[in-house]
Design a binder for this molecule. Structure first.
Ligand code: NDP
Ligand code: GDR
Length: 333
């Protein structure tokens, strides 16, 4: 019998890549679909799996919908990827962020406890929990110091995951993932904003790219590599927490240089800094130590930063070019 998994956040970047991975492994995949007024399933279609995931309506803030759903599908694994995940928005909507990103995880843990305590649970924790870093390189043992309502909400969900594991023996894992990107990254995040900007500038559709703090440094990996670590965590004998990262740290400025130079342009001629994109409190630098994920799970990143940048810029060049062609063919009619 094939295994079953429920993914919350199935319409997001990681939800799409994880769905693809689990389908390839023969899983029956269910996705929690939050009600929206317009279509959110473009990423699943992009990966060619638009009809393969069984989408079930519900919301992380609505315990009744989660309980009913889990009772209906009798799943083996639950991956909680759903969240208000944009750090900048979390200062504008701290309560919504707390309800979705923090309490949402507990709603799901409760739904598991009430319906089938044998379900294995993955929580999408974040390097943002390290925030104002207490050690130069962060591991599972590094103390946390979140710097945004998002980071605080994720820390609450992380400790509740640990708490359910220790109190109720729930098989609950927390993956502390550092930034991971792809052509499916939301346009509001800096890497995709840059790759999209590079494509528009190269195609003559935009003159400049306005960004905030260019000196922020992140440990950037490829999302499709990272979802493998999520799955590996739930296949172990015991539940545990793992840092997933590359161990390489790069500034936003250097990411710009790589992305512009991929199309033969000098970033300094196009990038303009704009205070509007600065944050009330910044996380200056993050570097993860993935040694535990390597030794226990056998996981390691497969894609270099240079490969990731090239993949994202090429995908945006193709996307922007086809949108422009479509627009001009419509206006010519
Ligand atoms: P995205 O922002 O791309 O996806 C977020 C998903 O959450 C979307 O499917 C969204 O649905 C869904 N969602 C939002 N609110 C609700 C709600 N109330 N009920 C149900 N679903 C909801 O995030 P990523 O794919 O990049 O990240 C996946 C998870 O991993 C997130 O929890 C994120 O915080 C965390 N994380 C991400 C990292 C990264 O670098 N990408 C690093 C570390 C952690 P809709 O499309 O309808 O809005
Ligand atoms: P982050 O990602 O906050 O690390 O959270 P983001 O790409 O938004 O920012 C990274 C860094 O770039 C700086 N920056 C800008 N950021 C954005 N979005 N737009 C800009 O114009 C800009 N200019 C500079 C930011 O200040 C920041 O320092 C992501 C999310 O996926 C979280 O959900 C996840 O938990 C963490 O990664 C790990």
């Amino acid at each position: 019998m094939s295994k079953k998994a429920l993914i919350t956040g199935v319409t997001g970047q990681d939800g799409a890549y994880l769905s693809k991975l689990l389908l390839e492994k023969g899983y029956k995949v269910y996705g929690l679909l939050a009600r929206r007024s317009s279509d959110t399933q473009w990423r699943l279609r992009y990966l060619g799996i638009g009809n393969d995931v069984d989408l079930m309506e519900g919301d992380l803030t609505d315990l009744s919908s989660l309980t009913r759903l889990l009772a209906a599908i009798s799943t083996d694994e639950v991956y909680n990827l759903g969240a208000q995940s944009f750090v900048a928005t979390s200062w504008m909507q701290p309560i919504l962020t707390g309800m979705t990103t923090g309490i949402g995880a507990v709603n799901l843990l409760e739904a598991i406890r009430l319906t089938d305590p044998a379900i294995r649970f993955y929580q999408a924790s974040s390097s943002e929990m390290f925030g104002k870093v207490q050690e130069p390189v962060q591991s599972e043992r590094t103390p946390f110091y979140p710097r945004s309502p998002y980071g605080v909400a994720k820390l609450y969900a992380h400790w509740m995951t640990v708490n359910y594991r220790e109190s109720f023996k729930t098989f609950a894992c927390s993956g502390i993932l550092f930034n991971h990107e792809s052509p499916l990254r939301g346009i509001e995040f800096v890497t995709r904003k840059i790759s999209d900007g590079v494509a528009r500038i190269k195609l003559g559709l935009q003159r400049e790219l306005r960004l905030g703090n260019l000196e922020a440094k992140r440990d950037w990996g490829y999302a499709a590599d990272y979802v493998e670590a999520m799955w590996m965590m739930l296949q172990q004998k015991t539940a545990d927490d793992y840092v997933v990262a590359t161990g390489r740290c790069t500034s936003v400025r250097e990411f710009c240089r790589l992305a512009f130079s991929h199309v033969g342009l000098d970033y300094e001629k196009y990038v303009v800094t704009d205070k509007k994109f600065e944050r009330p409190a910044e996380v200056d630098v993050l570097i993860g130590n993935p040694a535990k994920a390597k030794s226990v799970l056998g996981w390691k990143p497969k894609t270099s930063l240079e490969e990731l940048v090239a993949m994202m810029v090429d995908a945006d060049l193709a996307r922007v070019a086809s949108e422009t062609q479509l627009a001009s063919s419509i206006s010519a009619r």
